[in-house]
Design a protein around this ligand. Structure first.
Ligand code: COI
Length: 332
């Protein structure tokens, strides 16, 4: 059995080596480059492909995999919004993901950013660089006196609900697919509008499906409380960036934390020589604000999560090749 693993980073290598030692019957080819039209030819002759989401898996790429008779594509991440579903189906390619490599990793980044915004830590850090160690005027706010609105209560949203409760916050949530356990606790509001209107802090944990595109827009932002905060550690496409910038300019929003950004492909996880070399003006605008926290899609980036992403995706690809089955098959 032969598997090619694309886009393997140095931090993933030890976990991949560990997996190879436990599965000596599998021949694994490591490709450090991402799967794209320039690298797809290398998959010829392999039984399965393991990759992770950073670039679109287009019809062109999936047709190529199909022409090599490759039927199994296992993603090391959760999101499948970069996979051309029609092309995968047309080529008979079964796709797996890793739906729960570490919900805590994402929820813990969300709470980190919520606390940083409420306590103005970016402003304090900026001031300190010029030797200003005074308190005022950055007086903070306490989470225990706030209402947190969790948009999406899948695995990640659920962990965040529990964490925020631990801080003593009031937590409300919206999800068209309610979690029975949380439903019993009475945390759900009936409509997204209710969430926008009632929460002081909204944290997004919804998938990048068509109907969620720009769900945070001029209209929904106008419904939010004055001086509220928004956190996005889910998908960049959920927020209309222009509307967000306007809401920050007007003071409608007191701050925002973005770990995902709608134009992040080709920018996040890239080393630019200087701030000026970043060509995206909207991103630079956001990065320059002392009430906006930008992290380059790092919510998943913990040792626990990365280990699970590698191990579980390799297991899934092997299962597919052996049996055609896996508990991680995605309905595209
Ligand atoms: C995901 O798992 O969907 C992520 O956002 C992580 C990233 C490596 C693509």
């Amino acid at each position: 059995m032969k598997i090619i693993a694309y886009g393997i980073r140095n931090d993933e290598m030890p976990y991949l080596k560990e997996w190879e030692q436990k599965n000596p019957e599998v021949e694994v080819k490591v490709e450090t480059k991402l799967l794209d039209s320039s690298t797809v030819e290398e998959a010829n002759g392999f039984d399965g492909v393991v990759a992770y989401q950073q670039k679109p898996y287009t019809k062109e790429i999936l047709d190529k995999l199909g022409s090599f008779n490759i039927k199994y594509l296992s993603l090391r991440n959760v999101g499948v919004d970069n996979v051309d579903a029609d092309a995968a189906k047309a080529n008979g390619i079964t796709v797996t993901n890793v739906p729960a490599y570490s919900p805590n990793a994402i929820a813990e980044l969300a709470i980190t950013e919520i606390m940083r915004l409420l306590r103005n830590t970016k402003r304090f850090e900026d001031k300190q660089r010029s030797g200003d160690l005074r308190w005022a005027p950055e007086i903070g706010q306490e989470l225990n006196s706030k209402t947190v609105g969790v948009f999406g209560t899948g695995r990640i949203g659920h962990v965040l609900v529990d964490i925020c409760r631990g801080f003593g916050a009031k937590v409300i949530a919206y999800d068209p697919f309610r979690n029975p356990e949380l439903e019993k606790q009475g945390i759900y509001v009936d409509t997204p509008d209710d969430l926008y209107k009632q929460a002081d802090i909204i944290s997004l944990h919804a998938p990048a499906v068509k109907e969620n595109e720009h769900m945070v827009n001029e209209k929904t932002l106008s419904e939010m409380k004055d001086g509220s905060y928004i956190i996005n550690a889910a998908r960049g496409s959920l927020i209309d960036t222009d509307a967000l910038i306007k809401a920050l300019d007007s003071g409608k929003l007191a701050g925002a934390a973005l770990d995902t950004y709608e134009s992040e492909v080709g920018v996040f996880n890239v080393n630019f020589d200087s701030f000026d070399d970043i060509s995206d003006d909207r991103l630079k605008n956001l990065m320059s604000r002392d009430n906006v926290l930008i992290t380059p899609h790092i919510a998943f980036y913990t040792e626990t999560a990365v280990r699970n992403m590698v191990t579980l995706s390799m297991d899934a690809n092997k299962d597919l090749i052996n049996t055609g089955k896996s508990d991680k098959i995605v309905k595209l």
